[in-house]
Design a protein around this ligand. Structure first.
Ligand code: G1P
Length: 275
């Protein structure tokens, strides 16, 4: 079945960026002139995932407004050179459809994804966490779709992280199939370094099959008292239904100040080189 939908869980508070995120969503923080969420939606659209599904929360209206026309502003700058600054977002608005549903209580990423069931229904779908900004010759979601086409099961993107950072991620281990693909056997959310089965960390890109929803309904809260997608995927990994994929490219953890600044510098250099 062809994948058309991409889910963006965007209900989180972004407390690491307070006070910037007091009255605006963290996903609207810009890397240069583009908000983080737009980079994510562009990656989905490039992969052909043009039905965009947001799981939002309170304080997230700016995201809906971003993916809509802003009449007064657009009227003001029509016919001026400033108008082209809107080209990228206008193109994206035309290219994709946008649907929203709200997560009422912040009960974790697993719960957010389960909330998205209302828009996804019974289809495989992509998930992008906009905090993880990824760049590659080929978009990371595009690469992951190829993995899905081959294995027809859930896919998580992974990369190696320093051992003293494993407690920030879902960590996987399993049987390496080749240089880039691993048949996942074990998944642990935010382990301590001595509990971690490896240093291969899940980054915010998933392809999930709809059976994940049934699993999520019975997944108990785990790390941090929250329902974790990692724990639900562990159930499917036991049945041989999860592949980890070491993606080609680079990822910036824009949920941290260091990663955010690195991404800003990277895109600034790129812009100066006219790319
Ligand atoms: C989430 C997931 C975690 C994953 C990470 C990637 O954690 O729960 O498994 O490794 O995203 O960014 P969060 O960053 O929301 O704490």
């Amino acid at each position: 079945m062809k994948i058309k939908k991409c889910l963006f869980p965007v209900a989180g508070y972004g407390t690491r960026f307070l006070p910037a995120t007091k009255a605006q969503p963290k996903e609207m923080l810009p890397i240069l002139t583009k908000p983080l969420i737009q980079y994510g939606v562009e990656e989905a659209a490039e992969a052909g995932l043009k039905e965009i599904a947001f799981v939002t929360g309170r304080n997230k209206r700016a995201i809906e407004d971003h993916f809509d026309i802003t009449y007064e502003l657009e009227d003001q700058i029509r016919g001026t050179s400033r108008e082209e600054r809107l080209d990228s977002i206008r193109g994206l608005i035309k290219e994709c459809t946008y649907t929203y549903t709200r997560q009422i209580e912040m009960r974790g990423l697993g719960d957010a994804i389960l909330t998205g069931n209302a828009i996804i229904n019974n289809e495989p779908f992509g998930v992008i966490l906009a905090d993880d900004l990824c760049v590659g010759e080929e978009g990371i979601m595009t690469q992951m779709l190829k993995v899905y086409d081959k294995y027809k099961c859930c896919v998580v993107a992974v990369e190696e992280v320093p051992l003293d950072e494993v407690n920030r991620y879902g960590i996987i281990s399993g049987q390496a199939l080749d240089e880039r693909h691993t048949q996942v056997e074990t998944m642990v959310e935010k382990p301590t370094p001595d509990q971690a089965p490896s240093n291969l960390a899940i980054i915010g890109r998933y392809i999930l099959t709809p059976e994940i929803f049934d699993v999520l309904r019975t997944t108990k809260p785990g790390a941090g008292g929250e329902v974790q997608i990692t724990d639900a995927l562990q159930t499917l990994a036991h049945q041989g239904k999860v592949i980890a994929y070491r993606f080609q490219g680079r990822r910036f953890d824009c949920g941290s100040i260091d990663g955010f600044v690195e991404a800003t510098n990277f895109f600034y250099e790129r812009m100066k080189q006219g790319k």
